[in-house]
Design a protein around this ligand. Structure first.
Ligand SMILES: [Zn+2]
Length: 387
C-alpha cells in the first residue's frame, strides 16, 4: 500500500521553475488571472512566496496553495483586505458548487465532508477524523510541540464508488491514481476518498451501507484494516500540514513525512476516544521491515536522509516505506526530544527551496548526532526486540 500523498513530483518541477527564493510579506489579497495548461483561471489569495521573476505561491481562502509561474500570469491586482479563511458554511457551499448535483455536506467540529454516498458513511468518516485529529494534536502537544488544532475547517471529499473517485483524482494525479483508495493533496489541501463499504473486497450481503454500527462492524474485519489505515494515513498528513507541525511546499524529507503518517496508521476502531492506538507497532510495516533487515536489504539510514529517490521509485517504494516507518518509530520512541526539534527546524524551512544532500545530512546530524553508524546499531538492536 503505497500511498499517494500530495503531488511531490509536481512540486519538484515547480521548484526548478521558481528557482531562487525571495520571500515577501504580503498582507493584501491578490487577484491573479493565469493561463494554466491553456485555460484561463482566476485566483484570489495571499502570496506566501514570490520568486524574482514574479512567479508566486498563493494561498486561497479554502486553504489551497497554488504555485503559479511568472509566465502563466496574465493579470495581477491587489486590494488591502486581509485573507479570511472560509468558515464551515462557506467552505461547504464552495465545495458543493464545485462537485455539482448529487453531493451533500456533513460537517463536524473540524471537518467539512462533502459526499455523494450515504450520510451514515460521511458520519463514520468525520467521527474517525475528529478522533484522529484530537489524538494527534494532543500526542504532539504532550511532547512539547507548539501546535494547535487547525484554525480553519478541513475539506474532505467522499465519493460513492471507486470510478467516480478515480475520475476526480485523475485531474490531479494523472496516471498514478492506481489502486490508492484515497489521497491528500498539498495543492487543494483536501483528502479525497471513496466509500469503502462499496468495495468488492469488503462487500457482504445486507451489510453494505447500513447503520453506523453496520459500517463499523464491516470495517473492523481484517480485510478492511489496510484500507482504514490508508484513510488514517492521508488524514494524518492533512492534520500535520494544517496544525503547524509540518509545512507544505518546503523541503521536508519524504521519509520523515511518510514515517510520521505511518506512525499514526494503527487505527483502533473499538476505542471511541480513538487515541489509544497511537504509537502501537504497525505490524504490516514492521513485518516487511524485519524481513528486509534480516536479509540485509533494508535501505541504509543515509540513503533515506540524503534524497527522496528510494521512496519515489516504484521499484523500491514499498520497502522504503517500511524502513521509513521503522526509523520514525525508533526516533519518536527513543529520541523524542531530538525528533520534535528536528520537526520544528524542518517546519521553519523556507518555501519552495529544495535542500541539497549535504544540507539534509547536516540537519539530521545536528539533531541526532554525527555518528550515524552508532545510531543504526542502536536502531537495529531496539527494533529487533519488538515482537
Ligand atoms: Zn503518505
Amino acid at each position: 500500500m503505497t500511498s499517494l500523498c500530495s503531488n511531490r513530483r509536481l512540486w519538484f518541477a515547480l521548484v526548478a521553475m521558481l528557482a531562487v527564493p525571495a520571500p515577501r510579506a504580503a498582507l493584501a489579497v491578490e487577484h491573479i488571472l493565469a493561463n494554466i495548461e491553456g485555460r484561463h483561471q482566476r485566483f484570489s489569495g495571499k502570496v506566501v512566496h514570490e520568486d524574482p521573476a514574479g512567479g508566486v505561491l498563493l494561498i486561497t481562502d479554502d486553504g489551497a496553495m497554488w504555485p503559479i509561474t511568472a509566465s502563466a500570469i496574465r493579470n495581477r491586482t491587489s486590494d488591502s483586505k486581509p485573507l479570511v479563511p472560509l468558515n464551515k458554511k462557506q467552505l461547504a457551499e464552495r465545495l458543493l458548487k464545485e462537485m455539482g448535483p448529487g453531493f451533500q455536506v456533513h460537517d463536524s467540529k473540524n471537518y467539512v465532508v462533502v459526499y455523494n454516498t450515504t450520510r451514515t458513511y460521511a458520519q463514520w468518516c468525520s467521527s474517525l477524523l475528529e478522533r484522529l485529529q484530537k489524538g494527534f494534536v494532543s500526542y504532539w502537544k504532550k511532547r512539547g510541540c507548539d501546535i494547535s488544532a487547525p484554525d480553519a475547517p478541513l475539506p474532505v471529499l467522499v465519493f460513492s464508488d471507486k470510478a467516480s473517485y478515480a475520475r476526480y483524482a485523475r485531474d490531479e494525479l494523472g496516471g498514478s491514481v492506481g489502486n490508492a483508495i484515497g489521497y491528500y493533496s498539498f495543492q487543494t489541501n483536501r483528502i479525497a476518498m471513496y466509500d469503502l463499504t462499496g468495495s468488492q473486497e469488503l462487500r457482504r450481503q445486507n451489510s453494505r451501507r447500513g447503520t453506523l454500527n453496520d459500517i463499523t462492524q464491516l470495517l473492523k474485519q481484517p480485510a478492511a484494516e489496510p484500507l482504514v489505515a490508508t484513510i488514517v494515513h492521508e488524514a494524518t498528513h492533512q492534520i500535520s500540514f494544517n496544525c503547524g507541525l509540518q509545512t507544505r511546499y518546503n523541503s521536508s524529507p519524504v521519509w520523515l513525512s511518510e514515517g510520521l503518517a505511518m506512525f499514526f496508521e494503527t487505527p483502533d476502531l473499538s476505542n471511541r476516544r480513538g487515541n489509544g492506538a497511537i504509537g502501537k507497532v504497525n505490524y504490516s510495516r514492521w513485518n516487511l521491515y524485519r524481513k528486509n533487515a534480516n536479509a540485509g536489504t533494508s535501505p541504509r539510514l543515509k540513503s533515506l536522509i540524503v534524497n527522496d529517490d528510494l521512496i519515489h521509485n516504484s521499484r523500491t517504494a514499498f520497502d522504503t516505506y517500511a524502513a521509513a516507518w521503522a526509523w520514525n518509530y525508533f526516533l519518536i520512541k527513543w529520541h523524542t526530544e531530538q525528533y520534535v526539534a528536528y520537526l520544528k527546524m524542518l517546519a521553519d524551512k523556507p518555501l519552495l527551496v529544495l535542500d541539497d544532500e549535504k544540507t539534509r545530512l547536516a540537519d539530521f546530524r545536528k539533531h541526532f548526532g554525527d555518528n550515524l553508524n552508532e545510531l543504526e546499531k542502536d536502531f537495529f538492536r531496539r527494533m529487533s526486540r519488538i515482537d
